[in-house]
Design a protein around this ligand. Structure first.
Ligand code: HPA
Length: 273
């Protein structure tokens, strides 16, 4: 991870040239959720292609652009597109956005994703506040020689998601009269969606929703002692006994329908920081 620090310094210097503000918050926008960036009072945008050491993103519904500006008067950066392990990125590369945020001074990370619901109470278009996570990627971004400048070798993961931010999100949902589920996000490598047997396994192992991202980013954020809020949009339901087909295009379309609720939560949480 020592090389990572050098890469980060170059990427951070580039961003600072375009936007000389210290962000307080970083938002990672998942599949079909990039529209949330339209809420931002934009002061600068940076294509990942121009960011030193940043890989290209090849995932459907991920634009590959960093938007810098403010929301509710709070300076922040939003990543329109993330790096998944299934694209062939290493776990370390997949967490570069989080490391960059930390290097620039952000203390809070808001992560969003599209996920398959395996909790039978969940319906397409619902939002789940991520309460906890299970790493079934069989990979971890902290593998390697630890750089103590980034965080401790053995970070605590007893409560990766910030309870106070979660309460703020819950109160926004109550005030706006929509359901906000709470549950466990399980990360699988992908890029295939799950088989019926795998959806059943996810449920039995304690997952409420399953996706292909987020877990490495949250590990890196906790390594850097950032506060984390995680939100999953349920874009399909993985019900083993009533199987239905899932496609990437369906997932993106479903994510877009939930963006109004997601936007309300993100705006409200940022305003409360
Ligand atoms: N499985 C994994 N990732 C996903 C799903 C799913 O069912 N839906 C959206 N992302």
């Amino acid at each position: 991870m020592l090389q990572l620090l050098t890469q980060l310094e170059a990427a951070a210097a580039y961003v600072k040239q375009q936007w000389a503000v210290t962000p307080r918050v970083g938002i990672i926008l998942g599949s079909g959720l990039g529209g949330l960036a339209e809420e931002i009072d934009v002061q600068a945008t940076v294509d990942y292609a121009n960011l030193p050491h940043f890989p290209r993103t090849s995932a459907l519904g991920h634009r590959g652009r960093l938007v810098c500006g403010s929301l509710e008067g709070v300076p922040l950066m939003a990543f329109q597109g993330r790096f998944h392990l299934y694209e062939g990125h290493s776990p370390q590369q997949s967490t570069l956005p989080v490391r960059l945020l930390r290097a620039l001074g952000a203390e809070t990370l808001l992560v969003t994703n599209a996920a398959g619901g395996v909790n039978p109470a969940f319906a397409v278009g619902d939002i789940m506040l991520i309460d906890d996570q299970i790493n079934l990627l069989f990979a971890n971004p902290l593998v390697g020689v630890n750089d103590d400048n980034l965080g401790p070798q053995f970070p605590d993961m007893s409560a990766p998601y910030d309870a106070e931010l979660g309460e703020v999100a819950a109160s926004i949902a109550r005030r706006n009269d929509f359901v906000l589920h709470r549950g466990v996000y399980m990360a699988m490598l992908g890029p295939t969606y799950e088989t019926r047997a795998e959806y059943r396994m996810v449920r039995r192992l304690g997952g409420d929703a399953v996706g292909m991202s987020t877990v490495p980013e949250v590990i890196a954020a906790r390594h850097g002692d950032m506060r984390v809020l995680g939100l999953s949009t349920i874009t399909n339901v993985g019900s083993p006994d009533a199987p239905s087909e899932t496609s990437g295009h369906d997932v993106i379309a479903a994510a877009e329908t939930a963006s109004e609720k997601l936007t309300k939560i993100v705006r409200g949480v940022v305003a409360a920081l």
